[in-house]
Design a protein around this ligand. Structure first.
Ligand code: UT7
Length: 335
Protein backbone atom coordinates (compact mmCIF):
# COMPACT_ATOMS: atom_id res chain seq x y z
CA UNK A 1 0.00 0.00 0.00
CA UNK A 2 1.49 3.31 -1.06
CA UNK A 3 0.68 6.98 -0.64
CA UNK A 4 1.94 9.86 -2.74
CA UNK A 5 3.75 12.74 -1.12
CA UNK A 6 4.74 16.13 -2.50
CA UNK A 7 8.54 16.05 -2.30
CA UNK A 8 9.39 19.09 -4.41
CA UNK A 9 7.71 22.37 -5.35
CA UNK A 10 8.68 25.20 -7.67
CA UNK A 11 7.19 28.13 -9.53
CA UNK A 12 8.13 30.62 -12.18
CA UNK A 13 6.48 33.89 -13.18
CA UNK A 14 7.58 36.27 -15.94
CA UNK A 15 9.52 39.39 -14.85
CA UNK A 16 7.10 41.74 -16.60
CA UNK A 17 4.71 43.24 -14.01
CA UNK A 18 1.48 44.74 -15.34
CA UNK A 19 -0.31 46.94 -12.81
CA UNK A 20 -3.96 47.94 -12.83
CA UNK A 21 -2.86 51.44 -13.81
CA UNK A 22 -1.02 49.96 -16.81
CA UNK A 23 -4.27 48.31 -17.92
CA UNK A 24 -6.23 51.52 -17.45
CA UNK A 25 -4.03 53.08 -20.15
CA UNK A 26 -5.21 50.61 -22.79
CA UNK A 27 -8.86 50.02 -21.76
CA UNK A 28 -11.60 51.70 -19.77
CA UNK A 29 -10.86 50.31 -16.33
CA UNK A 30 -9.29 51.52 -13.12
CA UNK A 31 -7.34 50.33 -10.11
CA UNK A 32 -10.23 50.94 -7.73
CA UNK A 33 -12.69 48.76 -9.69
CA UNK A 34 -10.22 45.91 -10.11
CA UNK A 35 -9.07 45.89 -6.48
CA UNK A 36 -12.58 46.24 -5.08
CA UNK A 37 -14.08 43.44 -7.22
CA UNK A 38 -11.12 41.03 -7.38
CA UNK A 39 -8.37 42.04 -4.93
CA UNK A 40 -5.86 42.05 -7.80
CA UNK A 41 -3.17 44.74 -7.76
CA UNK A 42 -0.91 43.45 -10.50
CA UNK A 43 -0.21 40.41 -12.65
CA UNK A 44 2.62 39.12 -14.85
CA UNK A 45 2.50 39.02 -18.63
CA UNK A 46 5.10 37.30 -20.80
CA UNK A 47 6.93 39.81 -22.95
CA UNK A 48 9.45 37.77 -24.89
CA UNK A 49 8.62 35.25 -27.66
CA UNK A 50 10.75 32.65 -25.87
CA UNK A 51 8.41 32.57 -22.88
CA UNK A 52 5.63 30.05 -23.38
CA UNK A 53 3.41 27.86 -21.28
CA UNK A 54 5.92 25.04 -21.78
CA UNK A 55 9.06 27.10 -21.10
CA UNK A 56 7.63 28.48 -17.86
CA UNK A 57 6.46 25.00 -16.85
CA UNK A 58 9.96 23.66 -17.49
CA UNK A 59 11.50 26.37 -15.29
CA UNK A 60 9.11 25.61 -12.43
CA UNK A 61 9.69 21.87 -12.91
CA UNK A 62 13.47 22.17 -12.67
CA UNK A 63 13.14 23.80 -9.24
CA UNK A 64 10.64 21.18 -8.06
CA UNK A 65 12.81 18.26 -9.24
CA UNK A 66 15.90 19.70 -7.58
CA UNK A 67 14.05 20.32 -4.32
CA UNK A 68 12.79 16.74 -4.41
CA UNK A 69 16.44 15.68 -4.48
CA UNK A 70 15.89 13.88 -7.77
CA UNK A 71 17.52 13.81 -11.18
CA UNK A 72 15.48 14.11 -14.38
CA UNK A 73 16.06 10.39 -14.99
CA UNK A 74 14.09 9.64 -11.82
CA UNK A 75 10.86 11.10 -13.27
CA UNK A 76 8.54 8.28 -14.37
CA UNK A 77 5.63 10.29 -15.79
CA UNK A 78 4.61 13.84 -16.63
CA UNK A 79 1.18 15.42 -16.16
CA UNK A 80 0.68 18.91 -17.55
CA UNK A 81 -2.43 20.99 -16.82
CA UNK A 82 -3.14 24.06 -18.94
CA UNK A 83 -5.82 25.82 -20.97
CA UNK A 84 -3.20 27.75 -22.93
CA UNK A 85 -0.98 25.16 -24.62
CA UNK A 86 1.81 26.28 -26.99
CA UNK A 87 0.20 24.27 -29.79
CA UNK A 88 -3.32 23.09 -30.46
CA UNK A 89 -1.64 19.67 -30.50
CA UNK A 90 0.53 18.04 -29.29
CA UNK A 91 0.05 19.22 -25.73
CA UNK A 92 2.88 20.58 -23.61
CA UNK A 93 3.48 17.30 -21.75
CA UNK A 94 5.65 15.93 -24.54
CA UNK A 95 7.42 19.28 -24.93
CA UNK A 96 8.42 19.04 -21.28
CA UNK A 97 9.66 15.49 -21.84
CA UNK A 98 11.81 16.88 -24.67
CA UNK A 99 12.98 20.11 -23.04
CA UNK A 100 13.87 18.52 -19.71
CA UNK A 101 15.59 15.62 -21.50
CA UNK A 102 13.49 13.06 -19.64
CA UNK A 103 13.55 9.38 -20.51
CA UNK A 104 10.79 8.41 -22.97
CA UNK A 105 8.30 8.46 -20.11
CA UNK A 106 4.57 8.93 -20.64
CA UNK A 107 3.24 12.49 -20.82
CA UNK A 108 -0.39 13.35 -20.18
CA UNK A 109 -2.16 16.66 -20.77
CA UNK A 110 -5.03 17.73 -18.55
CA UNK A 111 -7.72 20.10 -19.80
CA UNK A 112 -9.63 21.14 -16.74
CA UNK A 113 -8.81 24.85 -16.61
CA UNK A 114 -8.89 26.29 -13.08
CA UNK A 115 -9.33 22.80 -11.62
CA UNK A 116 -6.52 21.44 -13.81
CA UNK A 117 -3.89 21.14 -11.11
CA UNK A 118 -6.30 19.43 -8.70
CA UNK A 119 -7.31 16.97 -11.42
CA UNK A 120 -3.63 16.43 -12.29
CA UNK A 121 -2.71 15.70 -8.68
CA UNK A 122 -5.59 13.25 -8.45
CA UNK A 123 -4.45 11.37 -11.55
CA UNK A 124 -0.85 11.31 -10.32
CA UNK A 125 -1.99 10.05 -6.93
CA UNK A 126 -3.79 7.08 -8.51
CA UNK A 127 -0.73 6.08 -10.57
CA UNK A 128 1.43 6.18 -7.47
CA UNK A 129 -1.05 4.38 -5.21
CA UNK A 130 -1.31 1.47 -7.65
CA UNK A 131 2.47 1.14 -7.63
CA UNK A 132 2.76 1.90 -11.34
CA UNK A 133 5.03 4.95 -10.94
CA UNK A 134 7.35 6.22 -8.23
CA UNK A 135 7.97 9.87 -9.12
CA UNK A 136 5.55 11.99 -11.15
CA UNK A 137 6.12 15.54 -12.32
CA UNK A 138 2.91 17.58 -12.19
CA UNK A 139 2.86 21.01 -13.83
CA UNK A 140 0.27 23.77 -14.12
CA UNK A 141 1.21 26.62 -16.43
CA UNK A 142 -0.58 29.35 -18.36
CA UNK A 143 0.09 32.13 -20.82
CA UNK A 144 -3.18 34.02 -20.74
CA UNK A 145 -1.93 37.40 -21.88
CA UNK A 146 -1.50 36.45 -25.54
CA UNK A 147 -5.11 35.31 -25.75
CA UNK A 148 -7.05 38.05 -23.99
CA UNK A 149 -9.13 40.84 -25.49
CA UNK A 150 -7.11 43.81 -24.25
CA UNK A 151 -9.75 46.35 -25.21
CA UNK A 152 -12.64 47.72 -23.18
CA UNK A 153 -14.83 45.05 -24.78
CA UNK A 154 -12.86 42.33 -22.95
CA UNK A 155 -12.22 44.14 -19.65
CA UNK A 156 -14.52 41.91 -17.58
CA UNK A 157 -12.15 39.02 -18.27
CA UNK A 158 -8.78 40.45 -19.26
CA UNK A 159 -8.02 42.32 -16.03
CA UNK A 160 -8.35 39.11 -14.02
CA UNK A 161 -5.97 36.68 -15.66
CA UNK A 162 -2.19 36.48 -15.43
CA UNK A 163 0.69 34.30 -16.64
CA UNK A 164 2.81 31.91 -14.59
CA UNK A 165 3.70 28.32 -13.80
CA UNK A 166 3.96 26.00 -10.82
CA UNK A 167 5.15 22.43 -10.46
CA UNK A 168 5.21 19.62 -7.95
CA UNK A 169 6.97 16.28 -7.77
CA UNK A 170 4.81 13.55 -6.29
CA UNK A 171 6.74 10.60 -4.90
CA UNK A 172 5.82 7.23 -3.51
CA UNK A 173 5.88 6.78 0.26
CA UNK A 174 5.10 3.72 2.33
CA UNK A 175 3.98 5.93 5.22
CA UNK A 176 0.24 5.86 4.61
CA UNK A 177 -0.44 8.40 7.37
CA UNK A 178 1.19 11.09 5.21
CA UNK A 179 0.80 12.57 1.76
CA UNK A 180 -2.38 12.83 -0.27
CA UNK A 181 -5.21 11.42 1.85
CA UNK A 182 -7.92 11.82 -0.78
CA UNK A 183 -8.98 13.72 -3.88
CA UNK A 184 -12.52 14.67 -4.94
CA UNK A 185 -13.42 15.65 -8.49
CA UNK A 186 -16.64 16.99 -10.00
CA UNK A 187 -18.06 18.47 -13.17
CA UNK A 188 -21.30 20.03 -14.39
CA UNK A 189 -21.09 20.35 -18.15
CA UNK A 190 -24.48 22.02 -18.54
CA UNK A 191 -22.64 25.26 -17.73
CA UNK A 192 -19.76 24.69 -20.16
CA UNK A 193 -20.45 27.85 -22.13
CA UNK A 194 -20.66 30.11 -19.06
CA UNK A 195 -16.86 30.25 -18.96
CA UNK A 196 -15.36 29.16 -22.23
CA UNK A 197 -13.17 29.89 -25.20
CA UNK A 198 -15.07 28.31 -28.07
CA UNK A 199 -12.61 28.99 -30.89
CA UNK A 200 -10.33 27.62 -32.16
CA UNK A 201 -12.40 24.46 -31.99
CA UNK A 202 -13.75 21.98 -34.49
CA UNK A 203 -17.24 22.25 -32.99
CA UNK A 204 -19.15 24.27 -35.53
CA UNK A 205 -16.91 25.72 -38.19
CA UNK A 206 -14.54 24.59 -40.89
CA UNK A 207 -10.99 25.82 -40.35
CA UNK A 208 -10.92 27.03 -43.96
CA UNK A 209 -13.93 29.29 -43.24
CA UNK A 210 -12.29 30.68 -40.12
CA UNK A 211 -9.16 31.55 -42.10
CA UNK A 212 -11.22 33.07 -44.90
CA UNK A 213 -13.28 35.18 -42.45
CA UNK A 214 -10.21 36.47 -40.58
CA UNK A 215 -12.61 38.71 -38.68
CA UNK A 216 -11.14 40.84 -35.85
CA UNK A 217 -14.67 41.43 -34.54
CA UNK A 218 -15.11 37.68 -33.95
CA UNK A 219 -15.37 37.49 -30.14
CA UNK A 220 -15.33 33.70 -30.12
CA UNK A 221 -11.53 33.86 -30.16
CA UNK A 222 -11.55 35.39 -26.70
CA UNK A 223 -12.60 33.79 -23.42
CA UNK A 224 -16.19 34.49 -22.41
CA UNK A 225 -17.18 34.53 -18.75
CA UNK A 226 -20.57 35.09 -17.15
CA UNK A 227 -18.80 36.53 -14.10
CA UNK A 228 -21.63 36.74 -11.58
CA UNK A 229 -22.96 33.29 -12.43
CA UNK A 230 -19.48 31.79 -12.12
CA UNK A 231 -18.96 33.61 -8.82
CA UNK A 232 -22.22 32.30 -7.33
CA UNK A 233 -21.46 28.72 -8.34
CA UNK A 234 -17.85 28.99 -7.17
CA UNK A 235 -18.66 29.88 -3.58
CA UNK A 236 -21.13 26.99 -3.30
CA UNK A 237 -18.90 24.37 -4.93
CA UNK A 238 -15.73 25.43 -3.10
CA UNK A 239 -17.51 25.00 0.22
CA UNK A 240 -19.09 21.67 -0.75
CA UNK A 241 -15.93 20.06 -2.03
CA UNK A 242 -13.82 21.16 0.93
CA UNK A 243 -16.42 19.64 3.29
CA UNK A 244 -16.57 16.48 1.16
CA UNK A 245 -12.80 16.07 1.51
CA UNK A 246 -12.78 16.72 5.24
CA UNK A 247 -15.65 14.32 5.89
CA UNK A 248 -14.01 11.56 3.83
CA UNK A 249 -11.08 11.73 6.24
CA UNK A 250 -13.04 12.26 9.46
CA UNK A 251 -11.57 15.74 9.76
CA UNK A 252 -13.21 18.95 10.99
CA UNK A 253 -12.83 22.45 9.63
CA UNK A 254 -10.80 23.16 12.77
CA UNK A 255 -8.26 20.54 11.65
CA UNK A 256 -7.29 22.60 8.60
CA UNK A 257 -3.79 24.04 9.01
CA UNK A 258 -3.61 25.59 5.56
CA UNK A 259 -6.25 26.14 2.90
CA UNK A 260 -4.95 26.99 -0.56
CA UNK A 261 -7.91 27.94 -2.73
CA UNK A 262 -7.51 28.37 -6.47
CA UNK A 263 -6.89 32.09 -6.86
CA UNK A 264 -10.03 32.98 -8.82
CA UNK A 265 -10.98 36.14 -6.99
CA UNK A 266 -9.93 37.36 -3.52
CA UNK A 267 -13.61 37.89 -2.69
CA UNK A 268 -14.31 34.19 -3.30
CA UNK A 269 -11.42 33.17 -1.03
CA UNK A 270 -12.59 35.59 1.67
CA UNK A 271 -16.14 34.28 1.42
CA UNK A 272 -14.90 30.72 2.00
CA UNK A 273 -12.62 31.83 4.83
CA UNK A 274 -15.50 33.61 6.60
CA UNK A 275 -17.88 30.73 6.04
CA UNK A 276 -15.44 28.29 7.63
CA UNK A 277 -14.33 30.86 10.23
CA UNK A 278 -10.68 30.29 9.39
CA UNK A 279 -8.10 32.74 10.74
CA UNK A 280 -5.96 34.69 8.22
CA UNK A 281 -2.87 32.55 8.78
CA UNK A 282 -4.74 29.41 7.66
CA UNK A 283 -5.68 30.64 4.18
CA UNK A 284 -3.05 31.55 1.61
CA UNK A 285 -3.80 34.08 -1.11
CA UNK A 286 -1.48 35.70 -3.64
CA UNK A 287 -3.96 36.78 -6.33
CA UNK A 288 -3.06 40.36 -5.37
CA UNK A 289 0.34 39.88 -7.05
CA UNK A 290 -0.35 37.42 -9.85
CA UNK A 291 -4.01 37.65 -10.81
CA UNK A 292 -5.80 34.43 -11.68
CA UNK A 293 -3.27 32.06 -13.26
CA UNK A 294 -5.78 29.21 -13.70
CA UNK A 295 -3.99 25.82 -13.58
CA UNK A 296 -0.86 27.48 -12.20
CA UNK A 297 -2.51 29.29 -9.31
CA UNK A 298 -2.55 26.45 -6.77
CA UNK A 299 1.03 25.24 -7.36
CA UNK A 300 2.36 28.83 -7.28
CA UNK A 301 0.48 29.56 -4.04
CA UNK A 302 1.43 26.21 -2.50
CA UNK A 303 5.10 26.78 -3.33
CA UNK A 304 5.06 30.30 -1.89
CA UNK A 305 3.29 29.18 1.29
CA UNK A 306 5.81 26.37 1.71
CA UNK A 307 8.78 28.68 1.01
CA UNK A 308 7.51 31.09 3.67
CA UNK A 309 7.43 28.28 6.24
CA UNK A 310 3.63 28.36 6.49
CA UNK A 311 3.35 24.61 5.91
CA UNK A 312 4.95 22.22 8.36
CA UNK A 313 5.37 18.47 8.64
CA UNK A 314 2.11 16.86 9.81
CA UNK A 315 -0.10 19.81 8.77
CA UNK A 316 -3.47 19.22 7.14
CA UNK A 317 -3.29 21.11 3.84
CA UNK A 318 -6.43 21.52 1.76
CA UNK A 319 -6.35 22.48 -1.92
CA UNK A 320 -9.61 23.42 -3.63
CA UNK A 321 -10.50 24.68 -7.09
CA UNK A 322 -13.47 25.67 -9.20
CA UNK A 323 -13.66 26.87 -12.78
CA UNK A 324 -14.58 26.44 -16.40
CA UNK A 325 -16.46 23.29 -17.25
CA UNK A 326 -17.79 23.73 -14.66
CA UNK A 327 -15.26 21.58 -12.91
CA UNK A 328 -14.23 21.59 -9.27
CA UNK A 329 -12.30 19.49 -6.83
CA UNK A 330 -10.30 19.24 -3.64
CA UNK A 331 -7.17 17.51 -2.39
CA UNK A 332 -6.65 16.71 1.28
CA UNK A 333 -3.00 16.33 2.27
CA UNK A 334 -1.27 15.39 5.51
CA UNK A 335 2.09 17.11 4.94
O1 UT7 B 1 -11.04 31.15 -12.20
C1 UT7 B 1 -12.17 30.74 -12.88
C2 UT7 B 1 -13.36 31.10 -12.16
N1 UT7 B 1 -13.62 32.51 -12.30
C3 UT7 B 1 -14.20 33.15 -11.33
O2 UT7 B 1 -14.42 32.59 -10.29
C4 UT7 B 1 -14.63 34.57 -11.56
C5 UT7 B 1 -15.93 34.84 -10.89
N2 UT7 B 1 -16.48 36.16 -11.13
C6 UT7 B 1 -15.89 37.28 -10.70
O3 UT7 B 1 -14.83 37.26 -10.11
C7 UT7 B 1 -16.63 38.58 -10.88
O4 UT7 B 1 -17.92 38.32 -11.40
C8 UT7 B 1 -15.89 39.57 -11.82
C9 UT7 B 1 -14.66 40.10 -11.09
C10 UT7 B 1 -15.49 38.89 -13.10
C11 UT7 B 1 -16.77 40.76 -12.17
O5 UT7 B 1 -17.21 41.40 -11.01
P1 UT7 B 1 -18.76 41.74 -10.82
O6 UT7 B 1 -18.86 42.40 -9.53
O7 UT7 B 1 -19.53 40.47 -11.01
O8 UT7 B 1 -19.02 42.78 -11.97
P2 UT7 B 1 -20.01 42.70 -13.23
O9 UT7 B 1 -19.51 41.74 -14.23
O10 UT7 B 1 -21.41 42.54 -12.74
O11 UT7 B 1 -19.87 44.16 -13.80
C12 UT7 B 1 -20.30 45.32 -13.05
C13 UT7 B 1 -20.00 46.55 -13.87
C14 UT7 B 1 -20.53 46.49 -15.28
O12 UT7 B 1 -20.97 47.79 -15.62
P3 UT7 B 1 -22.53 48.18 -15.55
O13 UT7 B 1 -23.22 47.24 -16.51
O14 UT7 B 1 -22.95 47.97 -14.14
O15 UT7 B 1 -22.54 49.61 -15.98
C15 UT7 B 1 -19.34 46.15 -16.12
O16 UT7 B 1 -19.42 46.62 -17.44
O17 UT7 B 1 -18.58 46.73 -13.99
C16 UT7 B 1 -18.24 46.89 -15.37
N3 UT7 B 1 -16.91 46.30 -15.59
C17 UT7 B 1 -15.77 46.98 -15.40
N4 UT7 B 1 -15.53 48.25 -15.02
C18 UT7 B 1 -14.25 48.63 -14.92
C19 UT7 B 1 -16.61 45.02 -15.94
N5 UT7 B 1 -15.28 44.87 -16.00
C20 UT7 B 1 -14.74 46.07 -15.67
C21 UT7 B 1 -13.42 46.52 -15.53
N6 UT7 B 1 -13.21 47.81 -15.16
N7 UT7 B 1 -12.35 45.73 -15.75
Amino acid sequence: MYHSKITGLGYYVPDNIVTNDDLSKIMDTNDEWIQERTGIQERRHVNTPEETTTSMGVKAAKVAIERAGLATDDIDFVIFATLSPDYYFPGPGVLVQRDLGLRTVGALDIRNQCSGFVYALSVADQFIKTGMYKNILVIGSEVHSRGLDMTTRGRGVSVIFGDGAGAAVLSRTEDTSKGILSTHLHSEGQYAEELALVAPGMGKRWVTDIIKDNNPEDESYYPHMNGQFVFKNAVVRFSEVIMEGLQANNLQVSDIDMLIPHQANLRISQFIQQKFRLPDDKVYNNIQQYGNTTAASIPIALTEAWEKGKIKEGDVVVLAAFGSGFTWGSVIIRW
